[in-house]
Design a protein around this ligand. Structure first.
Ligand SMILES: NC(=O)c1ccc[n+]([C@@H]2O[C@H](COP(=O)([O-])OP(=O)(O)OC[C@H]3O[C@@H](n4cnc5c(N)ncnc54)[C@H](OP(=O)(O)O)[C@@H]3O)[C@@H](O)[C@H]2O)c1
Length: 323
């Protein structure tokens, strides 16, 4: 197929945990069908250069600068849309950025597919116990805005990615085990060690997005969940410690104590947000809400594709930064 006949897929957040493997997967597996435009604020980043070497068109744009973002989206047939709450940890900023992405996407004349990496509305899970899960609530506000563009909403697939395996490393203070003075790693959380909740490698977003794009309109209007395993922290901690030959223990903290510990390294409103986020994991699969129309990504990806297990992830990850 001639380059110009291929569909242009614009990947926002293309240097990130979800965007990078998505761009890479498309480049390595579907370059006969799709051209990839990878969006970053800094094209000199090693991962951006890596994508360029694989054949991506790497462009610089900022969610805060409408002109740059409009240029990055220009000509798109498909968009992988993601905003990053944690970049500034600012609810209002993320909502403003998400609304801008929606608005610009709604003007794209050739857009056939809008894949919105979102999250459930945190205020609706756990019988309304948690009103302050800011990254979830921001996605809900962006979703509400998206539905003010009916044509865009009609070609949208939402993707709920489960708790990343990568979170221990990415956000160690919030989610990971911390080494104490005796050299033992302590994972302290406001739920029992046996609580099982949906987990996945962010790397597997790639195969899901590729499969959605290959499915045409089939999943428009649906919400797809990416879950590789229902894991308890007792299990994850044990296999991790065994693999690394270290000692690790789980401690259940009260939510008040957890929030206090979080507040030592972040403003109070974020300490509340991350405490509620972690406490909500106690509700397992229900953290995805009670939408009966959720589609399991395993029904979409190729039958022979095996989503990464925690054990596999532990073996291939480099852990030196937290040891
Ligand atoms: N952690 C989890 O378990 C989990 C699960 C589901 C959903 N989420 C959601 O995933 C989102 C984060 O995605 P991620 O984990 O892929 O993020 P990430 O690894 O931290 O990467 C963030 C990406 O967003 C881009 N970005 C940030 N601010 C930008 C801006 N102002 N303009 C342009 N690009 C910008 C960055 O691009 P640059 O190259 O310019 O830095 C980077 O590519 C969060 O909103 C979170 O709520 C997380």
């Amino acid at each position: 197929m001639a380059e110009t006949d291929k569909k242009l897929v614009v990947i926002l957040g293309a240097t990130g945990a979800q965007g990078y493997p998505t761009a890479k997967y498309l480049l390595q597996n579907s370059s006969d069908l799709f051209r990839v435009r990878a969006v970053t604020r800094d094209r000199t980043k090693p991962v951006a250069q890596d994508l360029a070497a694989l054949g991506a068109e790497v462009v610089e744009a900022n969610f805060d600068h409408e002109g740059s973002l409009a240029a990055a989206l220009d000509g798109a047939h498909a968009v992988f849309a993601i905003t990053n709450f944690w970049d500034k940890a600012d609810y209002d900023l993320e909502v403003t950025q998400g609304k801008l992405v929606n608005k610009l996407a709604s003007h794209l004349p050739h857009l056939e597919s809008y894949i919105f990496s979102s999250l459930p509305d945190g205020r609706k899970s756990a019988d309304g116990k948690f009103q302050n899960i800011l990254p979830y609530n921001a996605k809900a506000a962006i979703r509400e805005d998206l539905y003010t563009y009916p044509a865009l909403a009609s070609i949208t697939t939402e993707l709920f990615v489960a708790f990343y395996y990568q979170n221990w490393l990415k956000y160690q203070i919030v989610f990971g085990p911390i080494k104490n003075g005796n050299g033992t790693f302590v994972l302290s959380m406001p739920y029992p060690s046996t609580t099982r909740f949906p987990s996945a490698s962010a790397d597997d977003v790639g195969v899901v997005v590729d499969s959605l794009l290959r499915s045409g309109k089939k999943y428009h209007g649906k919400t797809v969940t990416l879950v590789a395993e229902m894991l308890s922290q007792a299990d994850t901690l044990e296999s991790w410690a065994n693999h690394l030959g270290i000692k690790a223990v789980f401690e259940q903290a009260s939510s008040q104590d957890h929030q206090k510990r979080m507040a030592a390294s972040m403003p109070e409103h974020l300490a509340i947000a991350v405490t509620e986020l972690s406490s909500n994991l106690f509700y397992g699969e229900k953290t995805f809400g009670d939408d009966a129309n959720l589609v399991d990504a395993r029904e979409i990806i190729p039958a022979n594709f095996k989503l990464k297990s925690w054990e596999e992830y532990v073996k291939e990850e480099g852990w030196s930064s937290i040891l």
